[in-house]
Ligand binder design. Structure first.
Ligand code: GLU
Length: 474
């Protein structure tokens, strides 16, 4: 069980303490607080699979934290380091994440206790299809009630197997594609979902840097350009966040921390090349021309402007929080900072952008994918050509009336009709911006809201509580 080594607080308890702080700020009545707080239901499965002639029994869970909105939503992770308590805590984070960013879902999470690197592709398919049967038969997989997505150790491939298994079980379900999100585009997925969480991290930081007061309060100045960033984890989230921030916002990625060590270069690391090296060699070690240190955890304490933990929970604990030198911690992973560490960092004046906000990009775009599947049509398909024709007429008319030529690049941009990826990006950016603005607003106006994390939880809990107050309990 992951615990804060010094305080002994588990991940679940850590999340509970953060939630409680927000509930106190809202003066929520104890009954409603208890109704929101508890995990609704948990399915534990143990199923046999025959792997290379031997029967293995595999354990997994699917926790449903809330059903105030349906379906309940959240990823499924494959990892040898997980337990029921952590799955419940992660499901709770999904509830608050969805509520904060106005994604009308309850919160859920699932896990299989396996090490994916120990199995072949065919074995992974067997295990995933068998797990899917367990989930579907027991009411934990359905487009209307419970919709998984990728998480640590899973991706498009697993989602394609899941949707295919569900389709064969329920051929009469016209909405079968909506039973999972994060599917490959040619299997009903949406453009922009794979990189959505990393893109969301970028949009979160861009929005933060639009508010000069907040930037100054964090002890920083100016924009993202040239900021020195250390990132932990070059998985799907960390890779895309580091790539977009370095290529488009010109941040300097001065450290990439991975299993087995850290690469450090004060001039900024070439993210794409490091990623390709890591995929090929299964490690960042041996990347040419830059410093490598096998003490990866120690690198969290490097002197930098922004630290982005994008790996897993419990990375900044009471044991190392006192030595973190970053001005800002941007939680791209779920629960990377423990409750105790959160207190220490706040007292030291470190600004934290919390996980429920920062990594919500994945579920936001999952929501778009789910809508696309229910409407059975790609966004933009009906109007793109129509917009293009009309835009061409506008620009031609503008040139005719003014007698001036619109610069070619601008004209191309004005003339084109929007495509699915444009709409997905714009919807994600807008959602992230609104959420941050709501957070800074409540932080400025409610004395009991002491930081952005409490702000995020307070907004989420207030929205969920309306549900209980409006419709009561049934
Ligand atoms: N696993 C992602 C998360 O933790 C995405 C969940 C989803 O899209 O349902 O937010």
């Amino acid at each position: 069980m992951t615990i804060d080594e010094t305080s002994g607080v588990t991940f679940q308890h850590s999340v509970d303490l953060m939630v409680k702080r927000a509930m106190d700020a809202l003066d929520l009545d104890p009954g409603t607080a208890r109704a929101i707080h508890g995990c609704g239901s948990v399915l534990k499965v143990q199923f046999p699979v025959k792997i290379r002639g031997t029967v293995e029994v595999i354990t997994g869970w699917r926790a449903v934290h809330s059903t105030h909105r349906l379906p309940s939503k959240g990823g499924i992770r494959y990892t040898p380091h997980v337990n029921q308590s952590e799955v419940e805590a992660l499901a709770a984070l999904m509830t608050y994440k969805c509520a904060l960013v106005d994604v009308p879902f309850g919160g859920s999470k699932g896990a299989l206790l396996i090490d994916p690197s120990q199995y072949t592709r065919d074995e992974m398919q067997l295990i995933t299809r068998r797990f899917t049967l367990e989930l579907a038969r027991k009411g934990f997989l359905n487009p209307a009630t419970n919709v998984p997505a990728p998480d640590m150790g899973t991706g498009q491939r697993e989602m394609a197997w899941m949707v295919d298994t569900y389709k064969h079980l329920h051929p009469e379900d016209i909405n079968y594609l909506a039973c999972v999100t994060g599917k490959p585009v040619h299997q009903g997925g949406i453009r922009g979902r794979t990189e959505a969480t990393g893109r969301g991290v970028q949009f979160a930081l861009q929005e933060f840097f639009r508010h000069a007061d907040d930037v100054e309060r964090a002890g920083l100045s100016g924009g993202l350009d040239g900021k020195r960033v250390a990132i932990q984890g070059l998985g799907n989230v960390g890779y895309h966040a580091a790539k977009f921030l370095s290529e488009e916002d010109r941040v300097k990625v001065i450290a990439i921390i991975e299993r087995g060590g850290v690469l450090i270069d004060d001039n900024g690391l070439p993210v794409e090349e490091v990623y390709r090296h890591m995929v090929e060699h299964k490690s960042v070690a041996g990347f040419p021309g830059v410093k490598f240190d096998s003490n990866g955890a120690g690198a969290l304490e490097l002197d930098c402007d922004i630290l982005i933990p994008a790996a897993m929970e419990n990375q900044i604990t009471s044991a190392n929080a006192g030595r973190i030198k970053a001005k800002m911690v941007v939680e791209a992973a779920n629960g990377p900072v423990t409750f105790e560490a959160d207190e220490i960092l706040r007292h030291r004046g470190v600004t934290i952008l919390p996980d429920v906000f920062v990594n919500s990009g994945g579920v936001i775009v999952s929501y778009f994918e789910w809508i696309r599947n229910l409407s059975h049509i790609r966004f933009g398909r009906l109007q793109r050509r129509h917009d293009e024709v009309r835009n061409n007429q506008y620009t031609a008319l503008l040139e005719q009336l003014t007698g001036e030529q619109i610069p070619a690049e601008t004209k191309r941009w004005l003339n084109r009709g929007v495509d699915e990826i444009d709409l997905v990006r714009s919807g994600l950016d807008d959602t992230m911006r609104n959420a941050y603005q709501e957070m800074r607003e409540i932080l400025a106006t409610n004395d009991k809201v002491i930081d952005l994390r409490t702000a995020a939880f307070t907004i989420a809990i207030r929205k969920i509580s309306y549900n209980y107050l409006d419709v009561g309990v049934y």
